[in-house]
Design a protein around this ligand. Sequence first.
Ligand SMILES: Nc1ncnc2c1ncn2[C@@H]1O[C@H](COP(=O)(O)OP(=O)(O)O)[C@@H](O)[C@H]1O
Ligand SMILES: [Mg+2]
Length: 275
Amino acid sequence: MSSEPASTDTVQGGRVQPTPQKPSASTGTGSGKITDQQLRHIQKNALKHSGAEPSAIKDSLPQIQGRPDGSDRARLVANAECEKRARQSRAADAWHLSGLPTRHIRFRRGQVDDAWSQKLTSLHKLLGSGFLVALLGDRGTGKTQMACELVRSQVWREEQNSCRYVWMIEIFMAIKATFSKQAVRAETEELQRFISPQLLIIDEAHDRGDTAWEDRVLSYLIDKRYGDLRDTLIVSNQKPDEFKKSIGPSIYSRLIETGGIIECIWPSFRQAEGG
Ligand SMILES: Nc1ncnc2c1ncn2[C@@H]1O[C@H](COP(=O)(O)OP(=O)(O)O)[C@@H](O)[C@H]1O
Ligand SMILES: [Mg+2]
């Protein structure tokens, strides 16, 4: 799926969440606004977290070395700039690799404090806790959009910002594809691609076969992610009782422990739009 970033920031859950853009090549220092104390702090942390090559820092120095306030300050500012660009780059990579649907990436919403926004805020608060949450509700209530906004927040997190969005059925299709002689990946390798993202969105979870094999794959996957403290959001059109039955007691007990069920109980946005 393509994942073209939208161009403007959005306000969600009371916080501005910029869409990650590919970092630009230009270097604006903004140096006049940074105090000496801030610069010392930046220098201490910049290299540690940036992952930037020392040569990248060296390359950005000539643009500011001629300033009268000395090479130390110039180096600190260059370090800060490198850190900023490395961070933007990490967020853009995570965003572009997540696999979100283009429709939901492009949708932008202004600041509205309604039930949808409040549920999104409660999900934001759980990010990074190793949660397992079921987001349930009728078609068109904005569940996939909410998942998309959660990914938008996650990619800006400083550490472990990897995200993956898949439909439930795609997990089973990917695993089954490894059974073929022509398979490019082994089963364990394919499973690992669902286990390793720090945030996994499993959408359209109502659409599955409910076979014993699918149950086993899902239990294994969820249990691994639970053990590794990774966040998992399962999205489904089912009612809570129906969902509980189809997901099974093992996953359900982990869900109750680490997150629970979030219900979207409001009219479909599609109806509101006449769709
Ligand atoms: N909070 C919202 N406010 C207004 N429109 C929304 C909102 N969330 C989603 N939409 C729009 O409503 C439609 C359905 O959203 P979607 O997330 O696909 O619903 P679901 O996944 O619950 O079926 C989409 O066109 C989407 O752009
Ligand atoms: Mg949906």
